[in-house]
Design a protein around this ligand. Structure first.
Ligand code: TXA
Ligand code: MG
Length: 324
């Protein structure tokens, strides 16, 4: 069984020792839980791919204690980087930069770029600082499934022996925003909306960024596959009125909404906060909970179209895309 461990100094020291010995450890971040390995240890990184069931050519994010370590990984660092790290690090922003020659292919999936992030969660900070080198970590879920936002989610997904540091519920609840700055002179490109809002990034940069999520020419990124972050049950996204009609046709369906249920409604209706931050924080746990009831169908109320709902909308669209 996975071992959920409190993040005491001893717990963190045990996790650091495991990472340094080439083992995999799950740890909390403010976005979602990660499945970590020492980033320069090929055997350890391979274990992460094996555990996740992830194709080898899909690269991992390297987690750093702070921006001082960027030069160890990046080949060229454009001027925007210091603005962005001053504003968002530590925090939910991942930067894709050109790698330097020393960065091995097993981290980058053979691409000429490397993804870097410094997480804000104090337990992640303690762990990564303890290891010294970077910690490569994807979200701690099986490939294509919902990311974990609690230690128990990780433990239920990896029944084998795995140490899971328990840092409580992830505060952001959705993965980091991924911004590509690897093309010299080009406008930064958004590869995945996430915890750092696009408008805030644009304010810091003083320019608009390009949103190429999933578009042609996008670097390989599982998070950009259509069917991703998926519950096991078939998931359909619909505005409230349409959802209520669909519900009449499939009375066993479970509902995920930010609107309250109609008066007297008795079926499964999970109501999430009606603000994007609160909704994002609870979304993945809600999808897992609904899935446990093994409903024939999950009906999700479509969220508003505003920019502040971008990351939530992206995840809902992927969760409801069905098999790719
Ligand atoms: O919030 C997060 O980013 C979490 C926590 C654990 O830090 N991590 C996470 O990792 O979501 P993962 O592997 O589940 O998603 C990272 C995404 C993947 O879609 C990956 O392909 C993409 O980042 N990625 C990694 N390196 C890249 C690169 N060099 N160029 C483009 N995309 C890259
Ligand atoms: Mg993931």
């Amino acid at each position: 069984m996975s071992r959920i461990v409190k993040p005491t100094p001893e717990g963190i020291a045990t996790a650091v020792a495991l990472l340094e010995a080439g083992e995999v450890v799950a740890f909390p971040t403010e976005t979602v839980y990660g499945l970590g390995a020492s980033a320069l240890d090929e055997g350890a990184v391979r274990k992460v791919y094996d555990l996740k069931g992830r194709p080898l050519d899909h690269p991992l994010i390297v987690h750093l204690p702070n921006a001082d370590h960027i030069g160890e990984w990046a080949g060229s660092v454009p001027p925007e980087v210091s603005l962005l790290t001053a504003a968002f690090w530590p925090g939910p922003l991942t930067l894709v930069l050109r790698r330097n020659e020393s960065v091995p292919d097993f981290i980058t999936g053979g691409q000429e770029t490397v993804a870097l992030r410094s997480p804000a969660h104090p337990v992640a900070q303690a762990l990564i600082s303890g290891v010294g080198a970077g910690v490569a970590a994807p979200s701690a879920n099986k490939f294509g499934r919902v990311s974990p936002t609690a230690a128990a989610h990780v433990a239920s997904e990896f029944p084998g022996e795995l140490l899971v540091l328990d840092g409580g519920r992830s505060d952001v609840g959705l993965e980091s925003t991924i911004l590509d700055l690897s093309v010299p002179g080009a406008v930064p490109r958004l590869l995945r909306p996430g915890g750092a809002p696009v408008e805030a990034i644009e304010r810091v940069l003083g320019t608009r960024i390009v949103q190429v999520v999933g578009g042609p020419g996008t670097p390989r990124a599982p998070g950009s596959l259509r069917s991703h972050y998926a519950a096991r049950a078939r998931t359909v996204l619909a505005p409230l009125a349409e959802l209520l009609t669909l519900l009449e046709e499939s009375p066993g369906a479970a509902v995920l909404a930010y609107s309250p249920p109609p008066t007297g409604y008795v079926g499964e209706w999970l109501e999430l906060p009606a603000d994007p931050d609160g909704y994002g924080r609870e979304l993945y746990a809600a999808l897992r909970l609904l899935d446990e009831g093994e409903p024939p169908l999950i009906l999700v109320e479509a969220v508003p179209t505003g920019a502040e709902w971008l990351a939530v909308r992206d995840r809902l669209e992927r969760a409801s895309a069905g098999p790719a």
